[in-house]
Design a protein around this ligand. Sequence first.
Ligand code: FMN
Length: 169
Amino acid sequence: MKEIFNRRSIRKFLDRPVEKDKIDLLLKAAMQAPSAGNQQPWEFIVVENKEALEKLGRMTPYSKPAAESAVTFVLIANCKELRHNTFWPQDLSAAMQNILLEAVQLELGAVWMGVATNKAAEDYLIDMFHFPEYIKPFALVALGYPDGQMNEFTDRYKPEKVHYEKWNG
Ligand SMILES: Cc1cc2nc3c(=O)[nH]c(=O)nc-3n(C[C@H](O)[C@H](O)[C@H](O)COP(=O)(O)O)c2cc1C
């Protein structure tokens, strides 16, 4: 699938909004992800307000792309009634990857910005959004039309990482 091979982290964005139908497609793609026990623990805060984007850009030294993005999603897990309560980071990762791939398909740029398990970043979002204890901040994804950067192939295939039948490090 070309979106997998061409996807790159895009950190610079044009001053151009992302259309509402594209935002909806990104969220639909996220919610198509697999999840443990099909619990779908994900929730999404869609941030387009400039002040809030700038505040997200100050979350960590690596979250600056949020400040100039057209829209940033805050991915959170609702752990209130989870039967399997250890799998949510994996569920949210699958949702995140779907967003990144859908963004390529929509000719957008995107970058995943880690939150869990950086306590300072988690606390920053808990303070910003007043999350109760059962809402776990997972990550940010900044989105927009790329400015000077492109989704383009880089070859990362390393045959030495593949083991057949047994590990032979
Ligand atoms: C868990 C995780 C956390 C990341 N956090 C950040 C981040 O905070 N800021 C950032 O600019 N990129 C972040 N990235 C993006 C990586 O730096 C990027 O995926 C990696 O350098 C490979 O480049 P590529 O995405 O262009 O293929 C993160 C990626 C992952 C998977």
